[in-house]
Write a protein of this length. Structure first.
Length: 111
């Protein structure tokens, strides 16, 4: 997503150490829309619109997307993050290449 102006951690030219990628948006609406598109591309609960909320234990509103087959699973495809500057979303998982590609196409079309 670097060519779209978003900073990635680790950078796209580095091999990640795990399945999580941090994407910095510098804009709350872009981050929220990104996470919503992950939910809309999910196999379960794709009709759900994620909203930032006051999750116990956090100082800032949190937004989470996880339309997974198993409750709480993040390996399938999920995204979340605190809605605060610099607006970083944490994307993890992707059970299949095809699902990850479909989700990415939706996200890029929205952003």
């Amino acid at each position: 997503m670097g060519e779209y102006g978003f900073i990635n951690y680790p950078s796209m030219d580095k091999m990640p150490y795990d399945i999580t990628r941090a994407i910095q948006f510098n804009d709350a609406d872009k981050m929220v829309n990104f996470i919503r598109e992950v939910q809309y591309a999910s196999p379960v609960d794709s009709y759900v619109t994620c909203e930032p909320w006051d999750m116990p234990g956090y100082d800032d509103k949190i937004i989470m997307a996880a339309g997974t087959f198993v409750s709480g699973a993040s390996i399938e495809l999920s995204a979340d993050g605190p809605v605060k500057a610099p607006y970083i979303a944490y994307l993890q998982g992707g059970l299949t290449y095809e699902h990850g590609k479909y989700a990415l196409q939706r996200i890029l079309n929205k952003l």
